[in-house]
Design a protein around this ligand. Sequence first.
Ligand code: SF4
Length: 681
Amino acid sequence: MATLYGYVGKIARINLTDSTVTHIPTSNYVPKYLGGRSVCNKIFWDEVGPGVKAFDPENKIIYMTGPTTATGIPTGGRTVFTGISPNSYPEQYAWSGIGGWFGAEVKFAGFDGFILEGKAPEPTYLYIEDGEINFLSARNLWGKLVHDTQRKLEEIHGNDVKSIVIGPAGENLMRNASITTSNDNVAAKAGFGAVFGSKNLKAITVRGTGTVIPADIKKILELRKKMGYPQAQPNPIHHETTHGMWGNNIPVEGGWLRGQVACSHGCNQHCNKLMLDMKSAFKEEKVNHVEKCVSIFAFGYKEDCCWVPIQTFETKQNHLLPCKMLSGEPLPPDPTDPHFKELYDLVPGDIVNFWEPNFDKGSIINDLCNEYGMDKWDVIVWLLPWLSMGKKEGVFDGIDFGMEINVESEEFIKYLMDSIVYRKTYYGNLLAEGMARAIRALGKEKFGDTIYHGRYSQVVPGLRLDLPISLETAWGHSVHWQGRGFEGAINKPGWVAVNLHQMNSTRDTQTIAHHHDTFDNYLAVKDDPCRHPLTAIAVIKGENSAEIKDSITCCDWQSPNLFWTDMEAQMFEAATGIEMTEEKLNEAAERSKLLFRAILMRNYGRDREMEVNAIYPIMTYPDPWGQTCTWEEWNDLVDLYYEERGWDKTTGWPPQEVFEKYGLHEVADSLKAIGKLPGCR
Ligand code: SF4
């Protein structure tokens, strides 16, 4: 058999109910489904039909590496989980990416991925070593915090193993529980930590001594020199006196110590902040955290994130890799660019007045999320602002949480998180169900839609930006770059696009799509972004790019590079030796997206009506310029999007010929049989 470069050849089907393992050849799926998320989509489509709930043993967690994983191609260490998400509202199929060294080790151990199915009869962890998969008792690990679990596994199996673990949040089926690697990388979106918990699965530990053979080592070395250039440095430890990002920096008394670390095997960037000697929520000694962007807001949340158009709309002269922004090592901007001034025109974030800067309290919030194993986004951007806004508006008057609501207090935050993660109180139990469900149980009109009056625009002085106390967008997630609420400073051509991304998804899309477009397109659409096909075209490009990133696999902090459009094709070719072009990669992305669409249609009844209504409400509140989106504007943009995709505008369903064009005849046939192709209604 010809060597299958880039892949190691088999996927493990791991049945937790009866502790059995069978092997599936990876070549059953690749290269038609590139790897990563697109292989997961195919497996899920084939194996999990409608009616399965997130915590049923029949839900499957499908984990896949990509062809670039463990090849040394920068950012290729990222990998993907998919399955039915307990945190999606309603429960739907979703995905979650993760960095770290675990994925590479899985390949070194001889697997391209695994399918977790069933439910272990008692707390269990998996120990994988060079092709052998062992089911071991996790009785002594159950109940442990995330870092303690990682340490214990290293004590048992040696400190060269790589593990993914869940914390108490996952064990107690908290719907936004995450899965964590040893360097604080998390699969946070979708709540798959709780699915691990529902399967009695505490951890997976792996050691591999094999190799992954890439096709073209010379090309990989070239990519290593070019991607993310200039390479961010693992700079020495810095003593910082402030903390935050442009515009919302807070002074830190006594300062703090920062390093920079890469999050993922093979990556030459060092995007993530290593925060040293931070106050711990659990012990007297100081602890270290690895943090990314959202953790910043735990420290102080009086002002929202500001925005410069270059974060979304770029020119060839000035295009900015997001990883450079976080690592603080961007290329110097080119002032000869005719759009230089507009690109770098800083739009200040809004005054939100959620909580006062407090560095130690911020450290506690991050440590609680890291150690309990839960999605920080839901805590920092949704739960805590909701408590802050609701308290100020009197919504919680008469409610007894067991301790007075005070988001400024470390003690209250610790008490609250403890009562949620361990489901100790009535309200703790309720909030463990996730914000979308908890708010509906309490009564959405009062506990979700009550207007908060304390937010002010810094773009239009004096403009009060009334918004609901629940920063909910769609599918059970909180806003992200959507023009109001968190990162509200983005302008309308950007936020309508982001909302379109979100409409088509089942989870927060901005952690993978981060809408990007050229400045030329921005100039063309800016006066009426909902009526210009370029908005829809850019969204489709972003969506396809997200499929590619999660499939081959790479990272959205470097991709898409709007001005190096075949970067991912080069990565794939270097890893596999299979000739790849941008066009072919785009076809594979369309195929993956169509499978995702087909799953949503078949399993969850997705259609246009459900989608336009799920996302529209958040756009009726003012952005920092006071702008909203009308129902007509929104529907015109959705028309343009479906048209560009070649999908039916009335139903939002792709027609038979579109499925067939991408080699998905059998998918079209299955949908037709259940009346879910356009014209079948
Ligand atoms: S570019 Fe940054 S975030 Fe992405 S894989 Fe590399 S280190 Fe991680």
